[in-house]
Design a protein around this ligand. Structure first.
Ligand code: NAD
Ligand code: TYD
Length: 356
């Protein structure tokens, strides 16, 4: 049994679907179903293989009960508040979930782990899903982040993830809890909530709405297709060295403006605008994000060489698949677009960005 937190979010639901398709081992999911959670992806999953519990990773009694009831051999913490812009508007939830929540999971996992017999104790794993954003921002000629790069988070989201990573590290060094941390670059693919750059651009284009670019759009992100991330997590879980951290990335540095133009060009070909103009005409530069990190890039040599993981999906293929997935899954998109919380975000955030 594997215990997954945040299994109804973007990466968590992709992980759960991939796991259930390939493995016989069942899964218990704990997810609060915040605005970013959606049970729809799991409708297609084999129900006998997974159990779902709605709840907060800060609910220690609930987490304890799930450990005792399901006796998992591992816990993978995907649960988080994950959007940088929201963390700038209101960091409270980020501290609650990303820091306090991870602490609650660590402490409850440790107490459960202490009750296990020697063989079970040796087998147990705590895997923290983290981000490259904890390393801060790179200059144009800096080498990509590796596992020795010092943490230098620049916004409340990345600071909260960095704090959580430090707690995980301390639980290994102090108590011997068998932990891993994975730091990966920007993911894209099916089921990503359309507040993030790629799905927001696809959805706005389909509605002929402006495609917002913060500042000059020359900021760089290093893009990783979500199924490659999920495969890397499985590899670390199976073969990682206890107490280690692993950077995960696919050597795909792109500027934001290039990403948005690529999406427009693909849509121009496979789903032309009814207005008979290129979607690129919708690109709109707005004020920059405060404290915007200029460049992220991952050096993934460690996981590639020590654990023989390699990304399988190049960007040209991955972005085509992603756009096609959104075009094929309009009911999922309509459900999100109908939520007040989503409409409010689009109106308040982008109006403020244009004014600031
Ligand atoms: P997401 O926002 O799509 O999903 C987060 C999930 O966590 C949602 O289902 C939400 O309901 C759940 N959740 C939030 N607060 C909770 C709480 N207190 N208790 C229980 N469940 C809660 O996020 P994502 O993009 O799938 O990211 C998953 C993990 O990967 C996060 O830890 C994130 O920091 C990390 N990460 C994401 C990216 C990326 O590009 N998306 C890149 C690197 C790392
Ligand atoms: P995002 O998808 O929010 O991921 P992150 O901030 O975690 O990297 O943003 C990716 C990049 O795109 C980032 O540099 C901010 C930029 N961006 C825009 O230019 N416009 C937008 O509307 C959004 C959401 C992001």
């Amino acid at each position: 049994m594997i215990f997954i937190t945040g299994g109804s979010g973007f990466i968590g639901s992709n992980f759960v679907l991939d796991w259930l398709a390939a493995e016989n081992e069942p899964i218990i999911i704990l997810d609060k179903l915040t605005y970013a959670g959606s049970v729809n992806p799991l409708d297609t999953a084999t129900h006998s293989h997974y159990h779902f519990e709605k709840g907060d990773i800060n609910d220690q009694a609930l987490v304890k009960r799930l450990f005792e009831q399901y006796k998992p051999r591992a816990i993978l913490n995907f649960a988080a508040e994950s959007h940088v812009d929201r963390s700038i508007h209101n960091p409270n939830h980020f501290i609650h979930t990303n820091i306090n929540g991870t602490f609650c999971l660590l402490e409850t996992a440790r107490q459960y782990w202490l009750t296990l017999n020697t063989a079970e104790k040796t087998e147990f794993r705590f895997l923290q899903i983290s981000t490259d954003e904890v390393y801060g921002s790179l200059k144009p000629h800096d080498a990509p982040f590796n596992e020795s790069t010092a943490y230098a988070p620049n916004n409340p989201y990345s600071a909260s993830k960095a704090a959580a990573d430090h707690l995980v590290r301390s639980y290994h060094h102090t108590y011997g809890l068998p932990t891993f941390i994975t730091n990966c670059s920007n993911n894209y693919g099916p089921y990503q909530f359309p507040e993030k750059l790629i799905p927001l651009t696809i959805l706005n284009a389909l509605e002929n709405k402006p495609l917002p670019i913060y500042g000059d759009g020359l900021q760089i992100r290093d893009w990783l297709y979500v199924s490659d991330h999920c495969a890397a997590i499985k590899t670390v879980l199976a073969n990682g060295k206890i107490g280690e951290t692993y950077n995960i990335g696919a050597h795909n540095e792109k500027t934001n403006i290039d990403i948005v133009k690529t999406i427009c060009e693909i849509l121009d070909n496979i789903h032309p605008s009814p207005l008979q103009t290129s979607y690129t005409s919708l690109i709109t530069h707005i004020n920059d994000r405060p404290g915007h990190d200029r460049r992220y890039a991952i050096d993934a040599k460690k996981i590639e060489q020590e654990l023989q993981w390699k990304p399988q999906v190049n960007f040209a293929t991955g972005i085509q698949k992603t756009i096609q997935w959104y075009l094929n899954n309009l009911p999922w998109i309509e459900d999100i677009k109908s939520r007040d919380v989503y409409k409010q975000w689009l109106t308040t955030h982008y109006v403020q960005m244009e004014k600031s």
